[in-house]
Design a protein around this ligand. Structure first.
Ligand SMILES: Nc1ncnc2c1ncn2[C@@H]1O[C@H](COP(=O)(O)OP(=O)(O)OP(=O)(O)O)[C@@H](O)[C@H]1O
Ligand SMILES: [Mg+2]
Length: 533
């Protein structure tokens, strides 16, 4: 029926956090069978508005109707009961429980005797995972999974609720192109079945692909609504930021310095053949001073493992291969040593390895520079505050006061704090694992600008990213990983997103720009014009 009320109608929603007006009289409708994108800068109020709709935030004003009926949610269970489910931006799984347990928490299938039916649970888990396109053991503890894998598990959990309205708060921030495509397939299916979907993302290229309508929030207010199919990225960005922004970024060409980092035959879990011989290929790459080298690959290709190992984080010591920094062999035994030798790292998961949420922005910013700031007492305190203030200004972190707990910042702004902390250590080599995950379009441009400046100072940057436009736009060179091996290398002056994707997925293409055939072991160093060896 055409006259049917919208699935959800939110009117005049206002929510304050202390002095911060997170949502300011916002209206939003969600119709059945539509994908409604919610856009806005970090801290614009997107998550807050959706937490109101999902019952996570109940102390707001304004009305909500579901299928025409006024409704008040006191807790998430109320919203779920009304058919509203949410995939949260910050992963909310229980690390100690298995994938299957997380997917069924609180609604475990039971046998007729009332005992948890493990078999049914496993089967249902497998089916849900298949639908989301991920191959995981249902019994694995969630804490062992990569961020991208956890993200897929939260998606699977939301799907299992069979909701009428599904809110997706940055569901793809840790996914690479192939997994995103898969998710879009699932969204298409839900849409055809009449589910209403709210879709939040900072990846502008996704919006045109998946959304029907788009609402833009700025500083808690609704400032625009677009037909998502007709809207351009520039228009959306302008509405989000309130001025014209550069949506395309091209890094400067710089004079590259000496070879800084050299990795040869790196393998985390060396594959042994039956006779005990190690397979010859792993990851080979080099980074020169002033160079931004990208790492491209699907989920599980080995990007994070490489970066963590170089930093000495995670299960270090279990890898094989040669790593040299300025010609000297390095094998960082922990972050402290790595930082001292000039290697800094921005991890993919800001929650578990980056931030102490209950501590202030200042404490989090200076955490890795504690040795350097030296002296105790007042002087130290002043230099901490000064360093934090400068960092916050440079990265344009949106916050109330630097004494606020970092956990009260919006997701993207938390990421900027982690970034600022690492820059403060004045590294020679900067390792970045999806550093703009969840960062808005304006701030992304600022971070790219910053990276370009950092490289201009002669620092080498190794940047893993799930976003192809970022790799092509920011890096001088990109190394493609597949199943723990470097399989191709591209000079971004001569290669595009399609080349990277084809190599990452293992599709047969014409090989890389050097005319090497696709497949294992493409020599590095060649595409920088020689001289790296
Ligand atoms: N629990 C909280 N306590 C205090 N302030 C909060 C809290 N949650 C959000 N805020 C503030 O409310 C505002 C809106 O935050 P929100 O998380 O809704 O932004 P967002 O649009 O989702 O941003 P992002 O793109 O970074 O995720 C921000 O200024 C944020 O600092
Ligand atoms: Mg958010």
């Amino acid at each position: 029926m055409d006259t049917a009320p919208p699935l959800v109608e939110m009117t005049g929603i206002t929510k304050r956090y202390g002095g911060v007006l997170a949502c300011d009289a916002v209206d939003l409708t969600v119709r059945g069978g539509e994908v409604h994108a919610l856009l806005g800068e970090n801290g614009a109020g997107k998550s807050t508005l959706m937490k109101v709709l999902s019952g996570d935030v109940s102390d707001h004003t304004g009305q909500i109707t579901v299928e025409g009926h006024p409704i008040q949610f006191a807790k998430p269970a109320d919203a779920q009961h009304a058919g509203i489910a949410m995939i949260h931006q910050e992963l909310d799984l229980v690390p100690g429980l298995s994938v299957a347990e997380n997917l069924h928490l609180g609604r475990e299938p039971r046998t007729r005797l009332g005992i948890v039916d493990r078999r049914a649970m496993s089967e249902r888990t497998r089916e849900l995972l298949r639908r989301t396109g991920i191959d995981l053991d249902p019994n694995r503890p969630v804490g062992e999974l990569r961020v991208g894998e956890q993200q897929l598990v939260t998606i699977a959990r939301a799907l299992s609720l069979d909701a009428k309205v599904l809110i997706m708060d940055e569901p793809t921030s840790a996914l690479s192109t192939a997994e995103v495509e898969r998710l879009f397939g699932v969204i298409g299916e839900l849409r055809r079945n009449g589910t209403g979907i709210v879709y939040i993302s900072h990846r502008m290229d996704e919006i045109g692909q998946v959304a029907d309508r788009a609402t833009v929030l700025r500083n808690g207010r609704k400032v625009a609504e677009f037909d998502a199919q007709e809207m351009t990225a520039e228009e959306a960005a302008e509405a989000m930021v309130g001025r014209t922004v550069q949506t395309r970024f091209q890094s400067r060409t710089v004079d590259l310095g000496e070879e800084l980092l050299r990795v040869r035959g790196f393998a985390v879990r060396p594959k042994r053949t039956r006779v005990g011989r190690r397979e010859p290929d792993g990851i080979d790459l080099t980074v020169r001073g002033g160079e931004i080298v990208g790492l491209c690959g699907l989920l599980g290709a080995g990007r994070t493992e490489l970066l963590e190992s170089l930093y000495g984080a995670g299960p270090s010591g279990t890898w094989e291969g040669e790593v040299t920094l300025d010609g000297q062999p390095v094998r960082p035994a922990g972050p402290r040593r790595a930082l001292r030798s000039g290697i800094a790292f921005v991890p993919e998961d800001r929650r578990s390895s980056g931030l102490v949420l209950g501590h202030s922005v200042t404490a989090n910013t200076v955490l890795s520079t504690l040795d350097r700031l030296g002296v105790a007492g007042m002087v130290r305190r002043r230099s901490e505050l000064g360093a934090t203030q400068r960092s916050v200004e440079q990265l344009k972190v949106k916050l109330g006061r630097i004494s606020d707990p970092v956990g009260t910042l919006s997701g993207g702004n938390q990421q900027k704090v982690v970034f600022g902390r690492m820059l403060l250590t004045e590294p020679r080599l900067l390792l970045l694992d999806d550093p703009t995950r969840g960062v808005d379009i304006g701030a992304k441009a600022e971070i790219y600008q910053l990276l370009s400046e950092i490289a201009g100072r002669g620092i080498g940057v190794l940047l893993a990213s799930s976003e192809l436009p970022e790799l092509v736009g920011v890096c001088h060179r990109v190394v493609v990983l597949r199943a723990g091996r470097s399989v191709a290398e591209f000079d971004t002056a001569h290669a595009g997103e399609a080349d990277l994707l084809a190599a990452a997925m293992g599709e047969r293409t014409g090989g890389d720009r050097n005319g090497n055939p696709p497949g294992p072991a493409v020599g590095t160093g060649q595409s920088t014009g020689g001289g790296a060896n």
